[in-house]
Design a protein around this ligand. Structure first.
Ligand code: HEC
Length: 511
């Protein structure tokens, strides 16, 4: 079992450089350093404890740390050690110590030394930065369009010719907010800093303006991809046979090299509107979705996808193929087909998904999940009601989570595969699931099949449960198929034993 050896390690998730973010400086790193001295006995001086018993804090996302510490203090996350450790700290001190650990290097060399022989090696330094790379999540979460203004809708184009393109930028006059200016295609009529997207053609032109045969524009792609946009009405994309994803892997079409460099780095606020009938058809493509790649600074929020049909090869998701950014407050009904790193909402996921809900069907080969395929990011307050079928690393919510976090989330769809199949998460490696559950039936033809998690490797599962019927060949558990991580405050209602194979794992039934 070498989960990290498969080739998608990783389409998008390899060696992210740690981000630093001044906007998150609610806590003070230097003050935090002093407080952290009291934590070092267990978590290590830089938060990269060598023992799997003590979670790695270094490089962890700051907001996450604050939330965890507040939960310990309030007792909503019950842990006698941690409850005591944070009891006397003020809110400001929690912020400070979180800032300190968030600024540390993270997993580098951390858990690797303690891994039992034969277990998956650390991913060649690859995942080390993990959550520290989630850029500016605090400020990204705040980035939203002001309430929609009627001025925007009134200023939408529509009166011009449907066939004539005066400025030659590829948008017919009727769709172009600036039909006489090849350097502009959208308007910010109310001056709030958000450009109105009035029609499907403008939405597509973020990526394709001026790129067709004989077309031109002076508004370059990088500029278009860094702007803030808002939808001013629902749109039907049904007339576009195959959408060109917004943001991608660059001219070389190589995401391993480009990472998020050519991703959409601006913001799209859907204002609660719906995009219907999106079709993206790139069976051999990487980074395939409405957005191909969403960059670290990218934000997509408050958007619904209805009947999105997306086909790709690796990094495939209805909303985002390869996500490094922040996706929040969304709903999607999907039909997604991929091979690797394929998810209902996001394919490869190194960012954050918050309060998103997906329904439909997802299928592929490896690292396939109802919401996310292959992730080292965060999924929070989200759900998938998705029928998921694939080969290895298959989960109702997430296929493969390496250092990822699934919090307050659920999966309710039927999940089937061969090995490493879980109702919620297929494989957890150095990862965490907390306050989450799965209710779907789970069917694996091979090994490591669990109602919640297929293979829980060096990972934690806390305060979570599963109620689905589970069937498999080897290492089959109502909650977890194979476990060598730490499990606490859990249950399952399946006839199968709680954990199929618990060699090296610890279970603590107390909350
Ligand atoms: C005596 C050992 C010990 C000390 C001292 C300690 N911790 Fe912990 N910490 C733990 C253990 C064990 C856990 C795992 C608890 C759990 O599973 O919920 C933990 C969990 C955490 C988590 C949650 C991590 C996650 O990934 O969810 C945070 C955050 C944390 N500790 C911060 C701190 C801070 C800050 C201090 C110092 C003020 C501190 N800890 C001191 C043992 C310790």
């Amino acid at each position: 079992m070498r989960m990290r050896s498969h080739p998608l390690a990783m389409l998008v998730l390899a060696s992210l450089a740690p981000g630093s973010d001044p906007a998150l400086a609610a806590g003070d790193v230097e003050r935090g350093r002093e407080i952290a001295a009291a934590c070092s006995a267990c978590h290590g001086p830089d938060g990269s404890s060598p023992s799997p018993t003590f979670p790695v804090l270094g490089g962890q996302h700051q907001e996450y740390l604050v939330q965890a510490l507040l939960a310990y203090q309030a007792g909503t996350r019950a842990d006698s050690i941690m409850g005591g450790a944070v009891q006397t700290l003020s809110r400001q001190q929690l912020e400070d110590v979180a800032a300190y650990f968030a600024a540390q290097k993270g997993l580098t060399g951390g858990l690797a030394g303690t891994r039992p022989a034969g277990a998956a090696p650390a991913a060649g330094g690859g995942m080390t930065a993990s959550l520290s790379t989630i850029d500016a999540a605090g400020s990204l979460a705040d980035l939203r369009a002001p309430a929609p203004s009627p001025v925007e809708l009134a200023a939408c184009p529509g009166k011009g010719s449907l066939t004539r393109d005066r400025d030659g930028d590829g948008l017919a006059d009727a769709h172009d907010a600036a039909p006489g200016d090849a350097g502009e295609f959208v308007r910010d009529a109310d001056g709030d800093g958000w450009f109105a997207i009035c029609n499907v053609q403008q939405l597509q032109a973020i990526q394709t303006l001026g790129t067709g045969e004989g077309q031109r524009t002076s508004l370059d792609l990088a500029t278009r991809n860094a702007r803030r946009y808002e939808l001013v009405q629902d749109l039907d994309l049904g007339a576009i046979a195959s959408w060109v994803p917004v943001g991608n892997c660059g001219p070389e079409k190589n995401c391993m090299v480009a990472r998020d460099r050519y991703g959409f780095a601006g913001a799209l606020d859907g204002n609660g509107h719906t995009l219907r009938n999106l079709t993206v058809n790139q069976p051999e493509g990487g980074g395939v979705g409405m957005f191909g790649t969403l960059a670290r600074s990218g934000v997509v929020r408050n958007l619904n996808l209805e009947n999105a049909r997306v086909t790709g090869r690796g990094g495939v998701g209805a909303l985002v193929g390869a996500n490094f950014g922040y996706v929040a407050d969304c709903q999607a009904s999907v039909h997604v087909v991929g091979r690797l790193a394929t998810g209902g909402l996001v394919g490869g996921h190194a960012g954050q998904v918050v309060n998103c809900h997906v329904s439909g069907e997802v299928s592929g080969q490896a690292a396939v999940g109802g919401l996310a395929g292959d992730m080292n990011g965060v999924v929070r307050d989200s759900s998938a009601d998705v029928v998921v079928s694939a080969g290895k690393g298959v989960g109702g919510l997430v296929g493969l989570s390496t250092t990822g976090k699934v919090l307050n989330s659920r999966a309710t769809g039927v999940v089937s595969g061969a090995d490493n199949v879980g109702g919620l998460v297929g494989v957890n490696t150095d990862a965490m699931v907390e306050n989450s559950f799965a209710t779907g039936a789970v069917q694996g033809s091979g090994t490591n099949v669990g109602g919640l998690v297929g293979f829980n490797s060096q990972s934690r599962v806390l305060s979570s449960f599963a109620t689905g019927v589970v069937a498999g060949k080897d290492a089959v558990g109502g909650l977890i198929g194979r476990n060598n991580g730490a499990v606490r405050n859990v249950y399952s209602t399946a006839a199968a034993s709680l954990i199929g194979d618990n060699a090296g794992g610890s279970i603590d039934a107390t909350p």
